[in-house]
Design a protein around this ligand. Sequence first.
Ligand code: UN1
Length: 517
Amino acid sequence: MTVSLALGYQKHPFLKELGIQEMNPGACAGPDDWSDIKARDILNVITPIDSSVIAKIALASEQDYEHVINTAQESFQTWRMIPAPKRGQIVREIADEIRKMKEPLGKLVTLEMGKIIPEGTGEVQEAIDIADFAVGLSRQLYGLTMQSERPSHRMYEQWHPLGVIGIVTAFNFPMAVWSWNSMIAAVCGDTMVWKPSSKTPLCAIALQHTVNRVMKANGLTGIFSLVVGKGSVVGERLINDKRISLISATGSTAMGMRVAEAAAKRLARTILELGGNNAIIVAEDANLDLAVRAILFAAVGTAGQRCTTTRRIIAQKKIIEELTTRLVKAYAQVRIGDPLDPNSVMGPLVDQDAVDTMMKALEALPGQGAKITAGGRKIDRPGCYVTPAIVRVPGNTQLVCEETFAPILYIMPYETIDDAIRLHNEVPQGLSSAIFTESLKKAEKFLSAIGSDCGIANVNIGTSGAEIGGAFGGEKETGGGREAGSDAWKQYMRRQTTTINWSDQLPLAQGIKFGEQ
Ligand code: UN1
């Protein structure tokens, strides 16, 4: 199964460097095992930069899927018995290989989904960072020991590999989120099957090639697999497949609910990283210079297409006018254009559908007491370009409560910090949050049990751009999952509680005497 590479090949020579050749597989199970092309559905890969077709991908069939899962299962039998620090060495080599390819990989992210180059390479850096983190982790993966109530007994817990893991990723972080999951799961001893977004298959193919070089050099196959295919063919199979122990899925809340339902039916594990509706509270005592810069990056960065994008500003009445004026001014200076051009600060949205969704949301606003204060227009040029919008709203109207995956920033007023926290928590999602204040009391209240209800809560930092060292994810309709750092690794392993009796007696727990005089 292959892609026949179209127009982009001559125009973007780095594609060749990444192994995206004229004939490329759409699914694979190992280094020399890319499926061959024969009568398969074809997917056009379109760059949002100018809406041209840059490649054609032959999509995976049901048979390809079966082949990949079987190989992943077989490979698990050997991979799980390789000592974790040795698995870590291989992940270290993968990190080195990605490091070498950082620039072309970053450019490919830009080409395929439209984020600017510094963000594209930043994303590759995030993939490298988590791999480095996983290498250290491979010498840890600690369990606890407990005090047994029985004499001469030892009790402890140990962590074992889980099995084959399904990783479903979204277009907006087409490399980093795969890396969060697969680098950690790899040191944990699992094997991985990746279903990337159909909007970013080239990013997945390029990363798979990068990993394959390392695996081939180590004589390994089937640890990391890729299946590029339709949701109806591959996605549905993956979430319903009894052979998959854990599904880690990133995307919309609607998609996550489908995954959760299918996984629950077979009692499989899930890690869900779904919609956000992230807000920043700006208090009257905030450092506004800092706040404006942070809001600009968090709301306009990645053209408003991060899960962590700031979608709401909850500003104290005394400073809301000044803050809005400064933001409108800052927005006017955002250079929108070809994301491959180093002068651009904002690239296009991912596709025409995303542009239409944004326009529809803005058209629906009047009548909800909203006023578009800046931007919110399509730009008349090839590609999917818009101007980011600022919208004044009275509170959390129905539209504000929905996540529109586009650069629309709602600004609403508040009176007291308790009002602000109530407004903050009123939406169904709970991913990331922030407060800008110089007041210790306000900051601490925001971080307390009666404060932000999100998985991430920041002070004097925007909502996006989290480091990999922390656990990443959120509550409520965000799905409850945690990925990346801290102890997120535990979800990729199974815990075993073990008790060893090294005495000649058989004392029972809870002091039970059974059949004794
Ligand atoms: C996502 O949008 O799905 O915190 C991930 C951030 C990035 C990851 C975002 N480190 O914005």
